[in-house]
Design a protein around this ligand. Sequence first.
Ligand code: ADE
Length: 252
Amino acid sequence: MSAGHRPLGILAALPQELGDLIEAMRAESGVRTVTHGQRDYHVGSVQGVSCVVTLARVGKVAAAATVSALIHAFDVEAVVFTGVAGGVGADVRVGDIVVADALMQHDLDASPLFPRFEVPLLGISRFAADPALADRLAAACARFVADEGVASAARFGTREPRVHRGLIVSGDQFVASAAAVAALREALPEALAVEMEGAAIAQVCYEYGVPCAVVRTISDTADDHAPVSFVSFLTEIAGAYSNGILKRFLAR
Ligand code: ADE
C-alpha cells in the first residue's frame, strides 16, 4: 500500500467522520478529484500511502455503490471504512471504539425462503473483515487510546475509551429506541454496534475478493437518547477520533 502501488480506499458516510483526511492529503501530495456516480473521489497520498478517499453517504445501497466504484474505477487494493455507530453490546459505551471481525445485515430477512439474515443465493449471513487489516486497525486504535484516551475522555466527558473487537450489524434504519435495541440484542446477541453501511461494504468486498475492515466510534447507544447523542458526537468528537485512528493506521 505504498505510493505507486494499487491505492487503499478509505471511506466514511458523512464528512465529519473523515476528520481532516482530505486536507492532510492536499497538504502532502495534492488531491486529484474525480466525480463518478454523483460522488467525489479524492486521489492522492497520506503518509506515503496512496489512497482514494470518498464519502459513501448513508445506507447500504449508497455504501455498496460507492465501494463498487472504488473497486472498478480506482482498482483499490483494500478498503477501510471509518465512522460512528450505536453501541449495542452490554459494555459498549459512548466514546468506545469497535473494530469489526465480522459484519451482518440485521434487516435482511427473506425467510421462510432463506434463513433470516442470509444473503439469498450467496448463502452467507456473516462477512468476515480481513483479519490482518482488522488487526492493524485495532492496533492503531489501541495506540490512539494509549496516547490520547485520557485527554479525549476529559475533553469530551466520556469514559476512557475501550477498544472492542467483534460483530458489527448494519441496516437501513437509525436505531433509536429501547425497544428496537432490545429486539436487536435478542436477534443478534453477539452484536457490539449497529450502523448503516458496514455489512454492505463487506458483502461487495467479499464478492470481489477485496480485503476490507471497518472501525466505528460509538456515538450513542441506539436508545431514545440516540438522536441527540449522535448529533453532538458527530459534530464535536467524531473527526478527532477518525484523525487519531487513521493517522496511526497509515503510519508504518
Ligand atoms: N450510526 C450511529 N448511531 C447509529 C444508530 N443508533 N443506528 C444506526 N446507525 C447509527
